[in-house]
Structure formats: C-alpha cells, structure tokens
Design a protein around this ligand. Structure first.
Ligand SMILES: [Zn+2]
Length: 505
C-alpha cells in the first residue's frame, strides 16, 4: 500500500505534465477570439480565422485550438477589424475631462489624432506628458497647429501678412513642436487667424514639419465658391515643401460648386500622378458644424449684401441651424429662417442680429449648415485615397461626434452599397495608419498592436442626430486598445490603456 502511494505521488504529476504539454504553450492572461470574420484592414476579403491576444499585441492569427487556460471570446456572426483610427478629431479638451471617451470608443475608435484645423495644444511636450500621466481609454497623437503657432509669434496683431522674421520664428516653433512629439502641422486657412497667412508662410512651416517626417493636414482656405483655387494652393504647398498632404473633411460646400466632385477629383488625381502624396478624409454627413462667421468669406459680417450672398450660397437661411448661442440659448435648435420669421425680420437681418449679439457677449455662435449634396460625398468616398474621419470628438454637438464610423458601416456599406465592408474598414484603419507611418496599427497580423473592434455587420448603425448628438451607436460589441478590453456590453470597462503615439523614429 505504501509503495503504491509513493508510486502514485511520482507518477501522477508526470502524467499531468505530459498532458498539459500537449496544449499550446501560452502565458496566462491571453485571449483567443474565435469564429469571427476577420477584416484585416488591408481590404482583403473576410476570412474566418482565430486570433490570440497576449499582452499588448496580436500574437497569433490562424486556425488554432484555444488553450485551456486562456479566455475565449466566441465571436460567431461578428466581424473583427483593427481598431478605427480617427485622423481628424477634436477631443483636445475632452480627453482631459473625459479620459474614458465613451462616445469615441463606442464607435470602435481606438486612436484619435487631435490638434486639427490649425488649433493645437501648446507647448506640445507638457500636454503629451499629461496624457501619459493621466491616460485615456484610447491612443492619442497630436498635430502642431499653424494658427496656434502664428498667435504665439504675432499675438493679437495677426490680421496681416507676417514679416520674414516672424515666419522664421514660426518655422522654429514648428521644429520645436515636432521635436516634442507632434506628428505634423495642421492648418485652418479658412478660420480667423490662419486666413491672414500668405502661402509662403505655410510653405516655410510645412518645410520645418517635413524635416521631421511629418505631414501637412489642412482645412483649406475655401471649401465654397473658391474651393478649386484653395485646392491648388494646398497642392502647391505640398509640392514646394516636399510634404505629404492630408486634406481635411473634403467637401464642396456651396451651391456654386455642388456637383463638381468629378472635376475636383481630376485635379487631385493629376497631382497624385505627378508624385504628390495626397490623401483626404471625409465625414459621412451632408451638413457641417462650425461658427456663424465662416459663412461670410469677405468677413463683412454686417454688410447686408455680403450676408445675402453667404445665405444664398448654402441654399438659404433654412439650411443654417443655430446649435450654440450662449447669450440667448432660446435660439438654439432653430434655423435662421425660423428665427427671422418669429422676429418679423428678414433672414439677412436675423444673421446680422446674431453677429451683433454674439460679438457683444464675446462669444461665437455655433451653427450647422446643410450645404453638401450626396452625389459629391459618394464620389469622394469611392476614391481609394479618401479615408473616414469624424471631425467630431468628445462633446461634439454634431452627430458625427458619436456616429461617424458606425454610420459609414451601416449606411454607406449595408444600406447604400457605396463601399464593400472590407473597403470601408480599410478607410478606417490601414489608410490612416499609412499616412501616420504606423506599421503595427491599423492592421490585423501577428506582432501588431491589439487595437481591435468586434462589430455586428447586420446591426451596426449610428443613432446620434442633430437634436440628440451624444446618443451612442449600436452594434459595436467589443473594443480592445493595446490588448485591453475598453468597451463591452454597451459600456466602457473603465480601463485606460491608451498611449501617446508619435511618428516612428
Ligand atoms: Zn476643419
């Protein structure tokens, strides 16, 4: 009896070890996602393979048996894609107060690039340091803003062309920002501070960004009647500064240029053939969100003739909705035409009243302008060099802030068939990753970071609207950032594994 016990004491552990070693060696804490259809980000057809996540990375892709000690997610009926990269996102302030970024991860976004339209945090280094100390649920990268730097140099005296000495100083600050971790230069040449800059100034600053391997992201000088001139300036900046171009929220925004997407695309194709590295992004809405003053290109905000032209350009006062008006919140949610009617004045007079009341309170009215047509949006989206980006972000009062990515998948892929599902995923993942020179994100392959989204292709859809901009989408089942689950069962998990991302050195 004693001999048997002794025998068993030795024998059983040996058998146990032999049995255990017949399973794949796996560190504890790994996760296997099985039975999903994988859209790997490259545009290749969907394929049913399993993937294993360990630590921050995808460590296995293929047909393998899950290990006994790993967590298994059975994703039958779901699509697994790389996490979405939003290259034009306005969460600069939001990410500080709301690092869980619920409206962003609920869309499957795993990385945001902030500092767009010429407006960025400054200086760059302490801002990025704060993101590392207080991380978000998702990854973040930052642009250096042209207008931000212009104001650093010119102060309040910015309503003029800069002197050569000032331009040199601005280029030095771009160099500083890039050294501190910015990934490129952004501009908003239609906006107040940037609009006074000469092309040469932007070329000098872009040249400084290009030296660091950065790119030039731009909200061009005019997206309306002069959209073609502004496009030519943008391409010239790219060619003169030898810098890749990221055209922000490509659009044709006035009656005068509606329907001209084919010609616009031709100009861009010609530049691409000459070797210009030109990519663009587009949000999936026929309306934009900005401030009231951008409607008036000649800045004669109280000149009835200029205002009449501005309103005609967007199809009239019924196409402009006031969404933010601090001095008189009762205006919010109404069109300029409605407000004019209830005040017994003309839409032009109402516009001027809005300008005077907001100027007196030193605020800027937020508006939504319905000013794009669907055929132009469709033509842009079908170009292989156009990616998906939101131009939204945490706290955005435009529905794109909480709806962009699910809307493309639900409306443009499933309902309208403008894009295949794998094309759309490519526009949300590998295409932005290409612009950012990130080889290990925006793709599902062994060794890549495990930024992942699991969604239901049959149900995914946005639910945010202009009157309810924060309503979360549906159909995004699980989201991983750097291997950690951040979104599951319709809520954030509370994890904040997001990192600050920079250009590869
Ligand atoms: Zn913009």
């Amino acid at each position: 009896m004693r001999r048997f016990v002794k025998f068993r004491a030795v024998f059983i552990p040996v058998i146990l070890l032999a049995w255990l070693s017949s399973f794949p060696q796996q560190k504890p804490g790994s996760t296997a996602i099985i039975n999903s259809q994988v859209a790997d980000g490259t545009g290749k057809p969907l394929r049913q393979v399993s993937i294993r996540i360990a630590g921050e990375r995808i460590v296995k892709v293929g047909n393998f048996q899950p290990a006994k000690d790993e967590e298994i997610i059975d994703a039958k009926g779901l699509v697994l894609a790389p996490g979405f990269i939003d290259i034009h996102n306005h969460s600069t302030e939001g990410i500080e107060s709301d690092p869980l970024a619920e409206t962003q991860i609920a869309q499957g976004i795993t990385t945001v690039v902030v500092g767009a339209d010429g407006d960025s945090p400054w200086p760059i280094a302490p801002w990025l340091k704060a993101r590392e100390v207080n991380p978000a649920s998702l990854n973040i990268a930052v642009m250096a803003g042209h207008a931000t730097i212009r104001e650093q140099v010119m102060g309040k005296d910015f309503k003029r062309v800069a002197t050569p000495a000032e331009v040199e100083k601005m280029a030095q600050l771009v160099d500083q920002g890039m050294t501190e971790g910015a990934i490129g230069l952004s501009s908003g040449l239609e906006y107040e501070v940037g609009s006074y800059s000469a092309t040469d100034e932007v070329v000098a600053m872009s040249t400084a960004a290009a030296k660091h391997g950065g790119f030039y992201m731009t909200h061009i000088r005019d997206e309306a009647d002069k959209a073609f001139e502004a496009l030519k300036e943008e391409i010239a900046i790219g060619e003169r500064a030898h810098i890749p171009i990221q055209h922000s929220h490509i659009k044709l925004g006035t009656v005068g240029v509606w329907g001209k997407a084919p010609q616009y695309i031709q100009v861009i194709e010609a530049a691409r053939k000459r070797g210009v590295d030109f990519l663009a992004d587009c949000y999936p809405y026929d309306a934009w969100h900005s401030n009231l003053k951008v409607l008036v290109p000649d800045k004669q905000y109280e000149n009835p003739r200029s205002v009449a032209k501005a309103l005609a350009d967007v199809g009239g006062g019924s196409h402009v909705t006031v969404v933010e008006f601090k001095p008189n919140p009762s205006y919010e949610g109404h069109t300029i035409e409605d407000l004019a009617r209830s005040n017994n004045i003309t839409p032009v007079e109402m516009f001027i009243r809005l300008i005077r009341e907001s100027d007196a309170a030193n605020t800027e009215p937020g508006i939504i302008g319905q000013s794009m047509i669907e055929s132009d949006i469709k033509a842009f989206y079908q170009q292989p060099w156009v990616m998906v980006a939101s131009d939204g972000g945490i706290g955005s009062r435009h529905p794109r802030g909480a709806g962009t990515f699910p809307r493309v998948l639900g409306v443009y892929v499933r309902e309208k068939h403008w894009l295949t599902l794998t094309e759309a995923v490519g526009k949300m993942t590998s295409l932005p990753a290409k612009r950012l020179h990130w080889n290990d994100r925006g793709i599902i392959r062994e060794g890549a970071f495990a930024d992942l989204v699991l969604f239901n292709p049959a149900t995914v859809i946005d639910r945010s609207t202009f009157s309810s901009p924060f309503t979360l989408p549906t159909g995004i089942e699980k989201v991983f950032v750097n291997g950690t689950l951040v979104w599951s069962s319709d809520k954030p998990t509370g994890a904040r594994p997001g990192r600050v991302l920079r250009l590869p050195r």
